[in-house]
Design a protein around this ligand. Sequence first.
Ligand code: GDP
Length: 296
Amino acid sequence: MVLAELGGKISAALQKMNNVTVIDQKALQECINEINRALLQSDVSFKLVQSLATNIKKTVDPSDLAAGHNKRKIMQQAVFNELCGLLDPGKPSYTLKKGKQCVVMFVGLQGSGKTTTCTKYAHYHRKKGFKPSLVCADTFRAGAFDQLKQNATKANIPFYGSYTETDPVVIAQLGVEKFKKEGSDLIIVDTSGRHKQEASLFEEMRQVSEVTKPDLIIFVMDSSIGQAAFDQAQAFKQSVPVGAVIITKMDGHAKGGGALSAVAATKSPVIYLGTGEHMDEFEPFDVKPFVSRLLG
Ligand code: GDP
């Protein structure tokens, strides 16, 4: 994972602080510049990098550093706090409760890993004792229903979809009604993606959301999309009330910084990471341990 490289570069910048004999504004600025470069190379959006740098300068007092304290520690703490602040929108995501029926709608671009992630999410919660079900309201991508059906069957999770109905809104409504009657407490609705953000996708999302009244809308994002992540996440958030983010393909060559930027755009917490194509390659995301790991 290329994020590890980012961590390595930030650690190297911090380490240099320890080797500088005179810590003044200039040395501090150099260290911040180096951290900025590492973040930009990892596709963190320019705006965020700028605000991160400004905040570090505000919180770190060069005279503290000059006083002979552990400079690397002081800087590391400041960077840690800023990165955590970036990733933590300050409000938790919707909490699912066993036995309380809820609808979770998945949105995202085509190829982001939405369908795969729906099954992973269902499988993960079934292991925790929920009774999940899957509704395939993706009528745009040929084969989406077959894919969901295959995954759901493998995981032994009830599913609903149609080969003949072309209106995703109708499928979503029928599917949610069916599973409500059957007593599923976690009804997951997979919606259509598109190759790019477009008005028709957003209109469809709004309509599906209107009929299914989701308790939570999860935005699924491919970690490799880089700088485009910020605008993409913002566009989704402006169309429907995104409540949480799942970042996929963290096992690949993604730089990951784009994903960090997206979280800031949506002000929604990242709740899981997709780390492979298989059902179990899925892990909960917690800000502090993640940033700690990143900074080594
Ligand atoms: P959708 O169009 O958004 O529904 O995307 P799919 O669920 O069909 O996923 C697109 C491709 O990405 C498929 O080949 C998946 O196996 C793959 N994929 C999904 N999540 C991950 C992940 O976390 N890691 C990796 N390596 N591949 C993934």
